[in-house]
Design a protein around this ligand. Structure first.
Ligand code: SF4
Length: 367
């Protein structure tokens, strides 16, 4: 049964829910844990109450699928330090209220720092051209989906000969994070609901190691509610059958080999480096730094302010939320005092953060 058209048909949702119940029964006494690794999945699951439709022996938890949430507080600290030196910061809006060790970009802006929000990074070049005497730093945060346009941005800075723009990179790649998750036996993840947008870049084949070497069921799924239910059904079918493979259930967007042009653009500009992830620590080769020949575009080199580990709020349990160890509501700060208007951790900041999604659709947060 395919659900390519009509993503929200109640009849289809009911049929899928019945199939999920049957598969839950087929698992017998076994309890399984599935993880979605995509902020858009997280939002859809919370918004449509999809967890309520799963069998009791199937737990669906959120993973490190929100790039803002996994960004280390040290990155925010480095950005604030550059602002203190007079740099103007250009960022996606999601980063504004992420807490660093000593405040957020929003705090700095309120105190007079020049922090501007773009809808597309190329806007930063227009600002930089309009103010050529001002040093501009683009906050380059995101996964592979964002890495491709950031690579294009770096090349465009070069093409335009702009000497007043640099990038502070915290760009990350998803597969190394999956490596870290499967390496931790305590997490006991049986299957991954693989991301939608990221997979359009890296391709479904990127998940083969997690199926073939680590025995994890993998399904690439879209983020409409029926996509998610259909993806969970695909994962349970693998678990019931005792197999582990990569199924691409999002063929209308994701190809097996991904987007080779975007992959080439990323490889042309960036090189893999070890990078800190909130909750996972330093993950080998999981970050993207500007490659040889582009070091002068690297803000941490130009301003001699390398990104170092920051200090997290010890009571914030974003790290555990991002590994699916706890549900957001299990954090004692959830809802009081931590709410989207006054976030104490990044998972409550981003619209794709697990805590923000859980709060927004809990019936207590504003929609
Ligand atoms: S509720 Fe707030 S403090 Fe608790 S884990 Fe989520 S973001 Fe952190």
């Amino acid at each position: 049964m395919r659900y390519v058209d009509g993503f929200r048909l109640p009849g289809a949702a009911k049929a899928l829910t019945q199939e999920l119940a049957r598969l839950g029964d087929a698992l017998g006494p076994r309890r399984v844990k599935l993880m979605e690794v995509c902020g858009s999945h997280t939002m859809a699951i919370a918004r449509y109450g999809l967890k309520d439709l799963l069998p009791a022996n199937v737990r669906l938890v959120s993973g490190p699928g929100c790039p803002v949430c996994v960004t280390d507080p040290g990155y925010v600290d480095a950005a604030l330090a550059l602002a203190e030196r007079g740099a103007a910061l250009a960022t996606f809006g999601d980063m504004l209220r992420v807490p660093g060790s000593r405040g957020s970009l929003a705090d700095a802006r309120a105190a007079g720092a020049d922090v501007r929000v773009f809808y597309s990074p190329v806007q930063a070049l227009e600002w930089a051209e309009a103010e050529p005497d001002q040093a501009w730093v683009v906050l380059a945060v995101g996964f592979e989906t964002t890495a491709a346009p950031l690579a294009a941005l770096a090349l465009e800075i070069r093409r335009r000969g702009l000497g007043n723009v640099t990038l502070l990179t915290a760009t990350k790649t998803v597969p190394p994070a999956l490596d870290a998750l499967v390496a931790d036996p305590a997490l006991a993840i049986d299957g991954f609901l693989c991301p939608a947008h990221v997979s359009a870049i890296i391709g479904a084949r990127a998940y083969l190691p997690y199926a073939e070497e680590h025995g994890r069921a993998c399904v690439v799924a879209g983020f409409e509610p029926l996509d998610v239910l259909y993806g969970v059904k695909g994962l349970l079918e693998q678990l019931v059958a005792g197999v582990a493979r990569v199924d691409n259930q999002y063929e209308r967007v994701v190809r097996w080999e991904g987007n080779p042009a975007a992959q080439r653009a990323i490889a042309r500009v960036f090189v893999p480096v070890d990078a800190p992830w909130r909750g996972l620590g330093v993950v080998p080769a999981s970050g993207l730094a500007l490659g040889p020949g582009l070091a002068d575009l690297d803000a941490s080199v130009r301003f001699e302010r390398p990104v170092t580990a920051g200090r997290v709020n010890p009571a914030c349990r974003c790290g555990d939320v991002l590994k699916g160890v706890i549900e957001p509501a299990e954090c004692r700060l959830f809802g009081a005092p931590c709410v989207p208007e006054r976030p104490l951790g990044p998972c409550m900041v981003s619209s794709e953060g697990s805590c923000a999604a859980a709060w927004r659709y809990s019936g207590r947060g504003a929609r």
